[in-house]
Ligand binder design. Structure first.
Ligand code: GDP
Length: 360
């Protein structure tokens, strides 16, 4: 070991060299294989609320390694009978609206009330690039230090369907680990809001007050999905515009029929940064859940969501298998050439391809 030239406190010592492996033939892969956890032990630890075990289980279901993935599925199966006992809340809004701040405030309120809070994210940008809209910044620092909170960043994936499946399974694992408030955060990009809406009991849209043009530029369909619209940053000079925005949204909501469970969506003001309006939001969520449980819509909605995911998964799997087939790929390339040469119509080509593949 070289001696450091200067004895300055800033000089790094090179440290002690690694001891040689006892078994030199043991590769890194071999080591990895050995650490595959024991199924029953992992489930036991997870069910006792151990966050490390929960993280390991989630890593398994997110894994593309077939053995890890298979083990993850076993964990999900074992946890399923103990899942479901939570309130699942979706939170959406454009970047900068205050989602992290809001979720941190709401989450901390919940943990103070004795709840266990899991925060999951669906970030459509993480599948396109390694960067992300949701995950880059240091987020929810206080909540992440809370023993009764668990924060998991968005799983990555090539398509949103895969990300959705992982998130759905993560919800079940968190529930089995005793988390009774699951908050799922997303940004309003592509289909991510619809996806989150179809996996939560309560959907909350965060907005900022504009200059009286609140409804301009708002994505179609988002108002129908929201159970509650919260105008955030409603404090100081922003309070008056926020009140006007509230009115504008309330007026707009009048034009929509009540939601299937009979709920009339609400509009509220909050200041996530100053923790104002958070208790009121939590109370509205409670009132919603109570009403929906009383009229059975809560259960019905979850059942409908299960069926939706059943079909969604079948469609996705069929599509993947279809296009991954080597013969299909070759025939498809051939048919595309024919279409380009005007020898065949797109419909004819599709029929030929489907007939040839589905007859197998
Ligand atoms: P996200 O991108 O939607 O997750 O938004 P963040 O939670 O990261 O918030 C974006 C910025 O808005 C941060 O600088 C926050 O401190 C600030 N912010 C969030 N909520 C409020 C609020 O209620 N009032 C004020 N004044 N600022 C807020």
């Amino acid at each position: 070991m070289k001696k450091p030239k200067h004895k300055s406190a800033l000089t790094e010592v090179s440290g002690v060299p690694d001891t040689p492996r006892l078994n030199p033939s043991l590769t890194k892969r071999g080591l990895k294989k050995r650490v595959l956890p024991d199924l029953n032990l992992l489930v036991k630890q997870l069910m006792s609320g151990d966050k490390i075990a929960l993280s390991r289980a989630i890593t398994l279901i997110e894994s593309s390694h077939p053995k890890h993935f298979a083990l993850g599925q076993e964990v999900v199966k074992k946890c399923l009978p103990y899942a479901g006992q939570s309130v699942r809340i979706g939170v959406t809004g454009v970047p900068g609206v205050g989602k992290s701040t809001f979720i941190e405030s709401l989450g901390r309120y919940y943990t103070k009330q004795g709840h266990k809070v899991a925060v999951l994210a669906i970030d459509p940008s993480s599948s396109l690039s390694k960067g992300s809209i949701l995950g880059d910044k240091t987020r929810m620092e206080l909540l992440s230090r809370d023993d009764n909170a668990y924060i998991r960043p968005s799983p990555s994936g090539n398509h949103l369907g895969g990300v959705a499946r992982k998130t759905r399974e993560t919800i079940l694992l968190c529930e089995a680990a005793g988390f009774d408030r699951i908050i799922i955060e997303t940004v309003g990009v592509g289909q991510s809001e619809t996806m989150v809406h179809s996996m939560v009991d309560f959907f909350l849209l965060l907005k900022l007050a504009g200059a009286g043009d609140e409804l301009q530029g708002i994505k179609r369909g988002i108002i129908e999905m929201a159970d509650l619209i919260v105008i955030n940053k409603a404090e100081g000079d922003n309070l008056q515009p926020a009140r006007l925005a509230k009115k504008a949204f309330e007026t707009a909501l009048h034009f929509y029929p009540p939601k299937p469970g009979g709920w009339m969506p609400k509009v509220m003001l909050a200041s996530a940064l100053y923790q104002e309006g958070i208790v009121d939001v939590a109370n509205v969520i409670n009132a919603y859940i109570e009403q929906m449980q009383n009229n059975d819509f809560f259960k019905e909605n979850r059942m409908e969501q299960n069926k939706f995911w059943l079909y969604e998964t079948i469609n996705q799997t069929l599509q993947n298998r279809f296009f991954e087939d080597e013969k299909t790929k070759m025939l498809l390339a051939d048919l595309i050439k024919k279409i380009e040469n005007n020898q065949i119509t797109a419909f004819e080509a599709a029929e030929i391809l489907l007939n040839s593949t589905l007859q197998k």
